[in-house]
Design a binder for this molecule. Sequence first.
Ligand code: UN1
Length: 490
Amino acid sequence: MSAHKLFISGKWVKSTSHQTFKSYNPATEKIIGTFEAGNQKDVEKAVAAAQKSLPFWKNVPAPQRAKILFRLARLLERDKEKLARALTEEMGKIISEARGDVQEAIDTAEYFAGEGRRLFGHTTPSELRDKAAFTIRQPFGVVGLIAPWNFPIAIPAWKICPALVCGNTIVFKPSSDTPRSAIQFVQLLVEAGLPSGVLNLVTGTGKEVGLSLVKHPEVRMISFTGSRETGKTIVQNAGIKKVGLELGGKNPIIIMDDANLELALEGVLFGAFGTTGQRCTATSRIIIHQKVQKKFEKRLVNRVRRLKVGNCLLSKTDVGPLINQRALEKVHSYTLLGKQQGAKLLCGGSSLKGKGFFYKPTVFTNVKSNMRIAQEEIFGPFLSIIPAKNFAHAIKIANNVSYGLSASIYTENISFAFKAINEIESGLVYVNSSTIGSEVHLPFGGIKGTGNGTREAGIEGINEFSETKTIYIDYSDKLQKAQIDEFKLK
Ligand code: UN1
């Protein structure tokens, strides 16, 4: 079987590296396919192709660029089931969530297609007579998009759709755990009519492909979703290009003593064990009022033990595998750490025998806020319960982490809800809902160690992928000097 190729300048081509790598089904450990391992030379070719197509693409009127995204949405819809099944095979999320992943891309394509007829700037009066002042949005130029494996279709869509509608040309490096999904996505954009060279795909390692892209002087902007370690490397190597980062979370659900516990339980199960805990927004800490701790824990453990771990294509399965062996070992190392540091294991704590990277949904209680299991991003089906004395204590615990992506509070008390919205340090706050499930027309991103102030999705996705140009038109037929000329009413 020949390797899946790179996509450069409208052609599927081999890498000059003569090297390949494989992608595996994490549930069966069977090979999904072989892929070209791109290198620095391939990145250079891809950037050159993107650079060459830029003058043409940025001058295509935005509503026309957007038409490609409308067509993309229809094609994603046509292939939704096929893409979802392929995604489940390659990444391991359960089939209903894989359909959600594709749906998120459809919604994103539609949303940003609509932006083609907006791309608003500001118009504002000048301080001088007979002078107009306004702004327009322009593309950066060539942008480098580095996507993770946990949303193999949705997150590439979050990056590619706004980048395209704003008029940028792209070099896209997908995760080496999900290259097939990325290729399928690119194929649909080609079918939708995207001209050659506007979007180029280079598969391969972060060290080789990612870093070459980050360092490339012609690449004006990098958008990255992934680990904090990689995020730091990117910032250190990007020079003065714009860098958009989303680097994970340690997302809490606060459960107050007045909360609807049944509702909170559903939110915790979905947030912590949905996508096998492999979302940046996954719930990894429950901060619970000590008055309801015992009651809640009993109900939680009862439900967690009944979660079905296994074949992700079956609709009755709740939890799929982790992405790879490394992830499995990482999650287990946190189980050992939790025990060592004196937290109490309530359930789970081991992998399943046989093929696939399955790990039992794991819950620790009596966790202290400064323990490593309550501080570090584990990215697996792993939950830490931390008791709190009261609301203020709960907020203090919630904020006692370096991350700040998503957070939630379950309470029936409106002042607690509003105080939490105000005081929790995170980019997303949910009230009486889980920490996951953000919608594409609202901004997404985090504060503190989760990022660098950038946001994706929603209207901020347009800000993310465009630059503002400020325009002054003086039609007074004389030299007018702002700040210097004295304005006279008569
Ligand atoms: C991620 O966690 O990496 O809010 C992205 C959510 C999804 C996107 C998550 N819509 O959970």
